[in-house]
Design a protein around this ligand. Structure first.
Ligand SMILES: O=C(O)C[C@H](O)C(=O)O
Length: 308
């Protein structure tokens, strides 16, 4: 199993680290445009192998896509992160061109690759990859919902004063400060609805904190987060590499599902060796349906800025 990670910045390096530590891939190639940078990150990570007990071989390359040839899965983290006060959507001007070039180069050397898009604005970048690469829709996956759901569970556990392992919950919709749809009505603590423990006001606060999860970290760190994004990507990569058939919310092309068309946005999917194996339709309340439509309108507005 060969996995490529494009971008050796904080998010790319974190993806490579978590994938390697989980020890399911034989090879991880990290590619960056900055001379020697990916090589340095790869060497530093490889020097953790004996300490962390993994055998994945990590190599770094400077912009040489021939070294990514025959990758089974590739992760696109390239582009610029937002700064405090910015929205993800504001990155479109710079990141669209980068993501288009990177995805074309990846597909040229690995025509059967499954692409995971992380660069922001993620849903629009996933749509761009769908429009420009010619890859089948099951092979284009946007990473946002897995991360947003992890943040949702963190906030739920905090409110419940419970261990995170006791908590389950999912965020669908667009990966944006306003577009996320945390499914509080479906969230549980050890199979008991969280509304049994928390007031409607507290649950609303949990949802609000979840939606600005990325912005909160960007304000604290001065740039966007990397540990949870890297861990979320490694979860998706592992589910595909190990054919786990796990359900994650991912951005995928919808053709009628959830009453949406011609858009990539977060919905629950089954991930296995073919990438997205199934889109899972879950019943939503009228309020959740309305939020999903509103979220989609926001994503479509950003998609409209693409020069396709
Ligand atoms: O918040 C960001 O800009 C980066 C990423 O999308 C995140 O949610 O951490």
């Amino acid at each position: 199993m060969k996995v490529t990670v494009v971008g050796a910045g904080a998010v790319g390096a974190s993806c490579a680290e978590y994938i390697a530590i989980k020890n399911f891939a034989s090879e991880v190639v990290v590619l960056d445009i900055k001379e020697g940078y990916a090589e340095g990150k790869a060497m530093d990570l490889m020097q953790t192998a004996s300490l962390n007990g993994f055998d994945t071989k990590i190599t770094g390359v400077t912009n040489d896509y021939s070294k990514t040839a025959n990758s089974d899965i590739a992760v696109i983290t390239s582009g610029i992160p937002r700064k405090p006060g910015m929205t993800r959507e504001e990155l479109i001007g710079i990141n669209a061109g980068i993501v288009k070039t990177v995805s074309a180069n990846l597909v040229k050397h690995s025509p059967n690759v499954i692409l995971i898009v992380v660069s922001n604005p993620m849903d629009t970048m996933t749509y761009l990859v769908h429009k420009t690469t010619g890859l089948a829709k099951n092979k284009i996956i946007g990473m946002g919902g897995a991360l947003d759901s992890a943040r949702f569970k963190y906030r739920l556990a905090e409110a419940l004063e419970a261990p995170i392992s006791d908590v389950d919950g999912m965020v669908i919709g667009g990966h944006s400060d306003t577009g996320m749809v945390p499914l509080t009505s479906h969230a549980t603590r050890n199979s008991i609805r969280v509304s049994e423990f928390l007031s409607a006001d507290r649950l609303e606060q949990v949802a609000a904190d979840t939606k600005v999860g990325g912005a909160t970290l960007t304000k604290l760190l001065g740039t966007s987060a990397w540990y949870a994004p890297g861990a979320a990507v490694s979860g998706l990569v592992q589910a595909i590499a190990c054919d786990q058939k796990k359900i994650f919310p991912c951005s995928t092309l919808l053709e009628g599902e959830y009453d949406l068309n011609d858009i990539c946005i977060g919905v629950p999917v089954v991930l296995g060796k073919n990438g997205i194996e199934k889109i899972v339709n879950i019943p939503l309340s009228d309020a959740e349906k309305a939020k999903m439509q509103e979220s989609a309108a926001g994503v479509k507005k950003t998609n409209g800025l693409l020069e396709l």
